[in-house]
Design a protein around this ligand. Structure first.
Ligand code: SAM
Length: 342
């Protein structure tokens, strides 16, 4: 069984989550200096609005990061030693007072975690190519006033201390939670080309009409890459609960924290899905694996190992204990969704 909670609240203060009780943090915060988040930041620190109105872009930018840092402080408190933090963040380009510049959000986040003594691990560039005809900015074909178009975001990865050690039952769960060889080859590359997801919020009377959600594939990969079955994953900027959904499919527990009550309500509705929706993820993962094995030339297929629980071929011995459990039921109790597995 796994539990998935949505807490309505401010992640700068999540007292209800005990110290060192979370194994992995996966999140995408509001990006400083992206106009859609001006209001949410200004509500938390009214001087931000003043700086923006006065054309003091850099001052507003630092203040926004001071707010995010208070959430990162809480993340540090609740994360176990050797736990991971994965943060999806994009930089912002913006013209303030006629002055166009890049506000480098990812460097601020890196410097926060460096300062806290975390190990900075190799990051992933998430590339979302745009086909918009007006995507190039500036002086067109004339030098030197054109600007490079930003079509990537970062997935920053940090570790609190040294390598995680797995003992006793955790060792077995780790083997069960292994990923396939061919998934490793894609997931552990530094460039992910994944299409963005629909940003439309169709529910009436919500505080915003864009979700800012990331595609399910992003937290689903990260959950599988940096945690094992039964771990607890926190998303301190939960939005529609995409991280929670990924955890439900991957048999991890999850907690999402969302400051906007309308969005938190939607998140709860969003994650209370029928079991079939989660099983479709698991089934298509298995199908992709079987297709991969089928695509191997005979001599390579003959050198495969047998996976015990599922009985199919796998490339390496490390994959022989992988067990992908299908979901048997999803039930909702107040702000928590509970998943049972077959
Ligand atoms: C970029 S969105 C996250 C979207 C999410 N990854 C998803 O897939 O739906 C950031 C979310 O953080 C929320 N937020 C902003 N400040 C917050 C805070 N201090 N505490 C909790 N949530 C906050 C916003 O309302 C917004 O829903």
């Amino acid at each position: 069984m796994t539990k998935h909670q949505i807490i309505i609240g401010d992640s700068k203060n999540i007292k209800q989550i005990p110290n060192k009780s979370v194994h992995l943090i996966i999140t995408s915060p509001p990006y400083p200096m992206i106009a859609m988040w001006d209001e949410i930041f200004s509500r938390q620190d009214p001087e931000i609005k003043m700086f923006l109105e006065d054309g003091e872009g850099i001052k507003a930018f630092y203040r926004m990061h001071e707010l995010l840092n208070r959430t990162w402080d809480e993340c540090d408190r609740v994360l176990v030693d050797n736990g991971f933090v994965c943060i999806n963040i994009g930089d912002a380009t913006r013209t303030i007072n006629g002055d166009f510049q890049l506000y480098s959000n990812h460097t601020q986040v890196i410097s926060y975690f460096l300062g806290k003594g975390y190990s900075v691990l190799p990051d992933i560039l998430w590339r979302k190519q745009s086909n918009a005809p007006n995507k190039f900015m500036g002086s067109g074909m004339y030098p030197a006033g054109a600007y490079v178009t930003y079509e990537h975001e970062y997935i920053l990865i940090f570790r609190k201390g040294g390598k995680r050690l797995f003992k006793g039952t955790e060792r077995e769960l780790r083997q069960k939670s292994a990923f396939f060889w061919e998934e490793r080859n894609v997931w552990f590359s530094d460039l992910w080309e994944i299409k963005g997801t629909s940003q439309v919020i169709s529910a009436p009377k919500t505080s915003r009409d864009r979700s800012a959600a990331f595609p399910f594939e992003i937290p689903y990969r990260l959950v599988n890459m940096y945690s094992i079955e039964g771990d607890t994953v926190l998303d301190p900027f939960a939005g529609l609960g995409t991280t929670n959904l990924a955890c439900m499919a991957a048999k991890r527990n999850s907690i999402g924290v969302e400051i906007d009550p309308d969005i938190a309500d939607l998140a709860l509705q969003n994650i209370a899905v029928p079991a079939d929706v989660l099983n479709a993820v698991i089934d298509s993962r298995i199908k992709r694996h079987l297709d991969f094995i089928d695509s191997l030339p005979n001599d390579k297929r003959e050198r495969c190992y047998k996976n015990g629980p599922h009985g199919f071929n796998v490339k390496t011995q490390q994959e022989t204990a992988i067990k992908l459990d299908r979901v048997s039921s999803v039930t909702k109790e107040e702000n928590t969704v509970i998943c049972h597995y077959e």
